[in-house]
Structures are given as C-alpha cells and as structure tokens.
Design a protein around this ligand. Structure first.
Ligand SMILES: *Cc1c(COP(=O)(O)O)cnc(C)c1O
Length: 340
C-alpha cells in the first residue's frame, strides 16, 4: 500500500526500534528519565527557548498552551481554518473555557489589520484577548508556509498589547527546511511553540511544547492533570532524538516528491490542483466531484489518500514514500480517472 493520507503513517525504522530497546529510562513524573531530559534540552535549544516538555500529541501540546496562557472567559484569536479550531474537538473551549475568535487568513496567514481590529479594548463588557494562535505550516491551506515577516508583525502587535502568541508548529520543520529559515527564527516571534515528532520527522509518538521556564513549570502541572504524566518515557524519547538529529534535512525529499506529484496531477484531465505546493501537502479537486468513490477505487489499486473538507482530496508525502511510489500513484490515479 502506498499510503499518502498523512505523514503520521510513517513507521519507526530499525534504528529507532533499536534505540527504543536500548534507551536509558527512569520515572519521568519524578523527572528522572535521562533520555526524555536529553530530548527536551535538545528541542529547547533548537527552538531557542528556555525549556521544553515532551507531550503525548500535538493536540495535547496546543491544549496545554491554551490552559496555561488563558483564564476561562478570555478570548483567543486564531485562523478560521486552523487545526485548533477545526480538528481538536473544541477542546480549547471545553477545557480552557475560552471563546475562540476566528479570522479568515490568506493561505493560512492572518492579516495584521484584522488582528489589530479584533484585539479587545479594556471594557468590562468584553472578554480579554489573551492569546493569538498561529499555525506554520498551515495544514488546511495545503502545507503553506506562513512568512516570517507576518509572524514578526503579529508578535510585535501582540507584545505591545500584552497578548501571548502560541505557534501550532506541528510541521514547523517542514516550513524551516523548505524556506531555509531556522526553526529558531520562527520561534523567536512566539511565546510558546508546539511541534510534532510523529509526523514528517518519523517518530512513533509525541510532540514537544517549548517556552519560558515559568511556562514549562505550569505546562508540566497541566500535562499531569490531563493524564499526560508518563513514566519510563525514554523509550519514546529515544526515537524522537533520532527524528530530530537525522530526519530534518531529509524533509526536502518529501517536498520534492510533493512537487513531482503536483506536476503529474496537473497533467491529468479531470483533476485540478488546489494549492501552491510549499512543502509536503498536495490538494486536488475532481471534475466528477465523487470523492468517496474515487478514493475507494484508488484504495483498490493500492493507493490511499484522504478526503479533505467537502470537495478536496489531500495527499501528504513522507519518509516511507519513494519517488517510484509517486510515479506508481500517478499511474493509478490516471487509471481511476479514466475508469480503467
Ligand atoms: C496533526 C496536527 C496537530 C495535532 O497533532 P496530533 O499529534 O495529531 O494531536 C495540530 N496541528 C496541526 C497543524 C496538525 O497538522
């Protein structure tokens, strides 16, 4: 099966499994796991933040950020198609008790004037704006890179209004490799960052959140409350260290594969390419518009992709996909379109 549904389907390779087997471990609730400590230090260093914390998932990391930065009854500004708004089960409203204020962005990037207009004034009728969440790369916008300049403008505005900025950087390393901008430079215009180890970086489980020492101390408390205090977590930190040390530069290959796929798809009659491909995500629509039937037939030919909203299909390239797989996928897609 050539599985292009997501970069979460990557499986830990032999080296990762060996590292898991050999990992030095301790009880991380007592902060005695040396391997997770090493991972957290490495991640904090890469992001240029004081401290970092291993969390079970990207969703948990984003939710912890909301819980630490906000009090119930406050407001969070975020993009209307962001993962936190669309795909986290309204957790930020349910757990942090905040109101979400969505703004429609341009390829996932918030317009600075829209943000300025949405920041609440000091009036007892209004909720306090306490957090702005950004997403880079932006999933729903097809892996779009949010420009550094845009992040800088928003962070500067937020800072002058004493509002925190949290970055949902599930695929921040994709943004970094594709743009040549170090993750540290993106992270510079945020208070806190979450990134996924379990997507393109290829680790089996986990995410990192990073920020100030004070933020991480509170985050550790919230992680425990959410049931995310893990014990001998070194077995998960060990493959994550390999992911960070060895799987970052190779994301460029996934981006090249996405370009190859996009170019091929563009040449197939009945398919429209729906995004400018910045990183590892390709979105298409179909003239026939019968997406479930199309995906079912494709699956029958050994290729998997995912429905993405009402009228799009998403393909995601990742480390378990070769250029040969891309060519095979294109051939099979062509056959399905021609109903062969
Ligand atoms: C995948 C993803 C998340 C959530 O990560 P999980 O580990 O699946 O909980 C958050 N934000 C974005 C943009 C994502 O793509």
């Amino acid at each position: 099966m050539i599985d292009l549904r997501s970069d979460t389907v990557t499986k830990p390779d032999e080296k990762m499994r060996k590292a898991m087997y050999e990992a030095e471990v301790g009880d991380d609730v007592y902060q005695e796991d040396p391997t997770v400590k090493e991972l957290e230090e490495r991640a904090a260093d890469l992001l240029g933040k004081e401290a970092a914390l291993f969390v079970t998932s990207g969703t948990q990391g984003n939710q912890i950020a909301g819980l630490v930065h906000c009090k119930p009854g406050e407001e969070v500004i975020l993009e209307a198609q962001s993962h936190i708004f669309l795909y986290e089960g309204a957790a930020m409203s349910a757990f942090a008790g905040v109101q979400l204020q969505t703004l429609t962005g341009e390829r996932g990037a918030l317009n600075i004037e829209d943000v300025r207009n949405e920041i609440r004034s000091d009036d007892i009728h209004e909720p306090k704006t306490s957090l702005i969440c950004l997403e880079n790369t932006h999933n729903k916008a097809g892996g779009a890179i949010i420009p550094l300049e845009n992040m800088k403008e928003i962070y500067t505005l937020a800072e002058s209004n004493r509002i925190n900025v949290h970055l949902d950087g599930a695929r921040l390393f994709n943004a970094s490799v594709a743009s040549g901008i170090p993750v540290k430079d993106f992270a510079h215009y945020t208070d806190t960052v979450q990134f996924c180890l379990s997507k393109g970086l290829g680790a089996p489980v986990g995410s990192i959140i990073a920020g100030s020492l004070d933020f991480i101390a509170e985050a550790r408390r919230w992680r425990k409350r959410l049931g995310g205090g893990l014990r001998q977590v070194g077995v998960l930190a060990a493959p994550s260290l390999i992911a960070l040390n060895e799987n970052v530069e190779r994301l460029q290959i996934d981006h090249e594969h996405a370009q190859l796929l996009a170019e091929g798809l563009q040449n197939i009659e009945g398919i429209s390419l729906e995004n400018k491909v910045d990183t590892n995500i390709v979105l298409i629509s179909l003239k026939s518009n019968n997406i479930p039937a199309f995906l079912e037939k494709l699956k029958g030919k050994g290729i998997r992709a995912g429905q993405f909203g009402a009228n799009k299909i998403r393909f995601v390239t990742h480390k378990d996909i070769s250029s040969e797989d891309i060519n095979t996928a294109l051939l099979k897609i062509q056959q399905v379109v021609l109903d062969r």
